[in-house]
Write a protein that binds this ligand. Sequence first.
Ligand code: KMH
Ligand code: ZN
Length: 303
Amino acid sequence: MASRKVIITCAVTGAIHTPSMSPHLPITPQEIADAAIGAAEAGAAVVHLHARNPQDGRPDQSPEAFEPFLKVIKQSSNCVVNITTGGAPTMSVEERLRPAAHFKPEVASLNMGSMNFGLYPMIPRVKEWKHDWEKPYLEGSRDRIFKNTLQDIENILTTCANNNTRFEIECYDIGHLYTLRHFADRGVIKAPYFIQSVFGILGGIGPHPEDVMMMKRTADRLFGDEYRWSVLGGGRNQMPIAAMAAAMGGNVRVGLEDSLWIGPGKLAKSNAEQVTNVRKIIEGLGLEIASPDEAREILQLKG
Ligand code: KMH
Ligand code: ZN
């Protein structure tokens, strides 16, 4: 019997963690490219990408910031490129949309609701900040809304409508599944829906096994076989959530965007290290990982 193929997505840098938290967080275009290629070599079929200012590590959503590493990744790897439209919670939606609208990638993220966006459990304690912006950025997260109104979502969907970009639909709570159903019913988004369920962000659904079950049960009821399910757990929830979902028929996302750790008190030295770890879990369950081309087939990407 052929075994089910599990898509590993690796989110290599994101916009939540800051340079002082880990020396291993990729910052420069070369570091981001190396991290993505390393993750793909370790088994990630999809790489989810944000850009940063190479001088101070601040999130940067200009297409010019993405261009250098996109070029290197495309030259050296067949992995599926996924560009964020989440950017950072400090950015306007127009700013966040620019790189996906410009590069028309195979996949782009799409965040399905406005919310509080607290820190992940187990953010490393920082003794000395490398850059002035980091501490206020972090402290500001307590009084910031990650804005994704229905109109914002529709703007992203309609801007990308003719690009045949498939969305990594980030659902941080059960209500976000119903928001997706609303856009699906209106025909603004096409199946198969690639649902990335996010667990353990302060402001979203928790990381309890009951939460994971509830998310899957609701998605099954709302979308039947018209969706592909993936999960990510923030901070220390990363590997337990991935293991749970892989066993339940899901795909997984890891990477330093979502967690800086590889074990209790132990920083991951690279994105590839987390991919290798989750790959062992998947293969230990008797499952196989999907290659980039298999992921293209499963998600029906434009290629
Ligand atoms: N940082 C993740 C929890 C995005 O880039 O659109 C969510 C994320 C958002 O990846
Ligand atoms: Zn992201």
